[in-house]
Design a protein. Structure first.
Length: 206
């Protein structure tokens, strides 16, 4: 399946069968592919929690507006934004410079620019949201290619997720992607607006 086919064929599956399971190797591969999504400075703001345990999925469903696809999924991927991702990025770049992989001046410039931008919490959250969105789409396209159904979700209580899954305050849950095998028929693909309604070339018109 090519990218164009994956984009045209992908559906948001509200119903997942609750039977299929996903082995750890497949979880790793889906995340490995999702990680190829771009991020500012290649900081890589997105972190992933893969939930496969049925009891944990049941608890998450209770704080996700009781959406059945949480317990129907083979794996529930919780995508977190790391609001302090620029800190280890600085360490990585300094290490890269010390190893001779990048000039010291370049490393210093990138570290200073990233630190100035993302030491501001609002900017860090904004970029985390962009990065998680890109990673989430990459994850769904990878799942589609590999024969899985998926559905992105924002209907959940992020504070309750933090309590249940136990991650630090520096991380914020921004998207959930339920991945499994289709349950009930997904129905027809919802129509998109025509290109003429959403595109202007060289500015103006909206």
């Amino acid at each position: 399946m090519n990218v164009a086919d994956a984009l045209r064929n992908r559906l948001s599956h509200a119903s997942l069968d609750g039977v299929a399971t996903m082995d750890l190797a497949e979880v790793h591969e889906l995340v490995r592919l999702a990680q190829q999504a771009p991020s500012s400075f290649n900081i890589q703001f997105t972190r992933y929690i893969a939930v496969t345990d049925p009891e944990l999925k049941t608890r998450l469903r209770e704080v996700s507006i009781n959406q059945a696809k949480i317990t129907g999924a083979a794996t529930v991927f919780v995508l977190l934004g790391d609001l302090e991702a620029h800190v280890p990025y600085a360490e990585r770049m300094r290490g890269a410079a010390a190893a001779g992989h990048v000039p010291q001046a370049t490393a210093d410039y990138l570290v200073n620019a990233a630190t100035q931008s993302y030491s501001v919490p609002a900017r860090a959250r904004e970029e985390s949201a962009r990065s998680v969105g890109l990673s989430g789409m990459a994850l769904m396209l990878a799942a589609e290619e590999r024969g899985w159904a998926s559905c992105p979700m924002i209907g959940f209580d992020p504070n309750a997720y933090r309590t249940i899954l136990g991650y630090d305050e520096r991380y914020v849950a921004l998207m959930v992607v339920a991945v499994g095998k289709p349950g009930a028929a997904a129905g027809a693909r919802k129509p998109r607006l025509p290109v003429e309604a959403v595109l202007r070339v060289n500015g103006g018109g909206f």
